[in-house]
Design a protein around this ligand. Structure first.
Ligand SMILES: *[C@@H]1O[C@H](CO)[C@@H](O)[C@H](O)[C@H]1NC(C)=O
Length: 123
């Protein structure tokens, strides 16, 4: 009886600490970094307009979308969904990784697994 009276508040405090520091997410995958990618169900029109929007916004910050150009490190695979995901994540990263920076009219997803491949590193 005495044991459970003591341990319940402690358990609550541990749970609170865990939530307030984002601890549950950290426990689950060892880090709390997130990335933004295009929803696989997005149509080509949406993907192309996301690329256009993200690259023009990045351009305003003096950043480029050279990585998805023909000699860029993220050009291959040469698909709209790959190119869109790469630049949508760059936009998300450049603008502070807020959830509203990864919406793109509902055609984006935040992921906790790193989409980087080969030399194409997602920041
Ligand atoms: C593509 O997706 C967008 C956003 O979900 C939608 O508004 C648009 O109508 C779609 N276009 C086509 C051609 O399906």
């Amino acid at each position: 009886m005495a044991k459970s009276i003591v341990s319940l508040p402690i358990l609550c405090i541990l749970l609170l600490l865990s939530f307030s520091s984002g601890g549950l997410l950290k426990l689950a995958n060892g880090q709390d970094k997130t990335w933004c990618v295009a929803k696989p169900s997005s149509n080509d029109t949406a993907l192309a307009s996301n690329i256009q929007f993200a690259c023009s916004q990045l351009g305003n910050l003096g950043l480029s979308c050279d990585m998805i150009k023909e000699d860029g490190i993220c050009f291959n695979p040469n698909t709209l969904i790959n190119h869109a995901s790469v630049v949508m994540n760059s936009y998300y990263h450049a603008f502070g990784r807020n959830i509203w920076n990864c919406d793109f009219r509902g055609s984006a997803l935040i992921t906790i697994s790193d989409p980087s491949y080969g030399s194409c590193q997602y920041p």
